[in-house]
Design a protein around this ligand. Structure first.
Ligand code: ATP
Ligand code: MG
Length: 141
């Protein structure tokens, strides 16, 4: 087991739906530590920059528009195997294919409006965490 940090986002659909508390409860029950969190209403330019790896995908513009439709809640989670643990809690990208008991199965409406984001590798987390948080905002410092 390795202690890791990952970037999690509660996406605008889940914030608007009012399921932030339920999602955070699952994070706490999984013994992942929330070491930073804030509400952010991204501009289109900020969303495009965050999802730059997907710029060639057909869903890119629609995804970026969705991510700017309201505030989202980025967080940094820390713990043993945090990247895999958080992605296990999230479930598959498409809620129709997500396993029972996962966040996307329970709270997502579609493959696009799918409630949460999680870094998929240490290199991804290394890009995504500083996209939203400075080292000054991470606890413990
Ligand atoms: P995330 O990166 O948000 O944690 P993921 O790693 O499960 O999700 P990706 O393949 O990285 O999935 O896609 C990024 C996001 O783009 C998805 O979470 C979803 O919001 C959106 N997306 C992915 N595939 C599609 C699609 N076929 N149609 C519409 N939106 C999609
Ligand atoms: Mg991804």
């Amino acid at each position: 087991m390795t202690t890791q940090r990952t970037l999690a986002i509660i996406k605008p659909d889940a914030v608007t739906k009012g399921v932030v508390g339920k999602i955070i409860t699952r994070i706490e029950r999984a013994a992942l530590a929330i070491i930073a969190a804030k509400l952010v209403h991204m501009t289109l330019a900020e969303a495009r920059g965050f999802y730059i790896v997907h710029r060639e995908r057909p869903f890119y513009e629609s995804l970026c528009a969705f991510m700017t439709q309201g505030p989202c809640l980025p967080m940094v989670l820390a713990g043993d195997d945090a990247i895999r643990k958080w992605r296990d809690l999230m479930g598959a990208t498409d809620p129709a294919k997500a396993a029972a008991g996962t966040i996307r199965k329970d709270f997502a409406a579609s493959i696009e409006a799918n409630a949460v984001h999680g870094s998929d590798a240490p290199e991804t987390a290394a890009f995504e965490i500083p996209y939203f948080f400075s080292s000054f905002e991470l606890w413990p410092r």
